[in-house]
Write a protein that binds this ligand. Structure first.
Ligand code: 4NP
Length: 154
C-alpha cells in the first residue's frame, strides 16, 4: 500500500481536486485500497470546509465530484505518508519547515514534477481568480495524476 498526500494552502481548491481526481483514476484502474490518498492545507483558515464551490463546479463539468473536508497539515503527516506532493513552492517550503531535522524531506515533491504535457513548475492558486483558473488547475492535475499513477504502478 502507498499513501499519498496532496498539499496546498487552504485545502479547498487545488489539493482536494488532486485527491478526488487521483481517487477517480485509482478506482478506474482497480487499485482501490492499494493507493490511499488524502489532502491537507498548510494553513488552517478553512478547516472543516468542503471543496470551494467554484472547484466543485469545474469538476462537475468534467464528471468529477469533489468531496471532502479541509484539514491542516500536521507534522505527523510527514511520518505517515509515503509521498507528499506540494502544489506550489511556498507549500513545499512550508511542508519542509514542519520537519526541521529533514528526516522526511525525501518524501516531499512538487506536483508539477509529474507533468509531461505542461512545463509549469507550480499549480497556480486559483482562489482569487476566475473560472478559467480552476479549469487550468484541473488540466494540470489531470496530466500530473495520470503520470503519478503510472509511476506508482511500477
Ligand atoms: P488552495 O486555494 O490553497 O488551492 O485551497 C486557496 C484557498 C484559500 C485561500 C487561498 C488559496 N485563502 O487565502 O483563503
Amino acid at each position: 500500500m502507498t499513501k499519498v498526500l496532496f498539499v496546498c494552502l487552504g485545502n479547498i481548491c487545488r489539493s482536494p481536486a488532486a485527491e478526488n481526481m487521483m481517487n477517480f483514476l485509482i478506482e478506474r484502474e482497480g487499485l482501490t485500497g492499494q493507493i490511499i490518498c488524502d489532502s491537507a492545507g498548510t494553513a488552517g483558515y478553512h478547516v472543516g470546509a468542503p471543496p470551494d464551490r467554484r472547484m466543485q463546479a469545474a469538476g462537475k463539468a468534467r464528471g468529477l465530484a469533489m468531496v471532502g473536508a479541509a484539514r491542516q497539515l500536521v507534522p505527523m503527516d510527514l511520518r505517515e505518508y509515503d509521498l507528499i506532493l506540494a502544489m506550489d513552492k511556498s507549500n513545499y517550503r512550508d511542508i519542509l519547515s514542519l520537519d526541521p531535522q529533514g528526516k522526511y524531506h525525501h518524501k516531499v515533491k512538487m506536483m508539477c514534477s509529474y507533468c509531461t504535457k505542461y512545463s509549469e513548475e507550480e499549480v497556480p492558486d486559483p482562489y482569487y481568480g476566475g473560472e478559467e483558473g480552476f479549469n487550468f488547475v484541473l488540466d494540470l492535475l489531470a496530466d500530473a495524476c495520470e503520470n503519478l499513477l503510472q509511476s506508482l504502478k511500477k
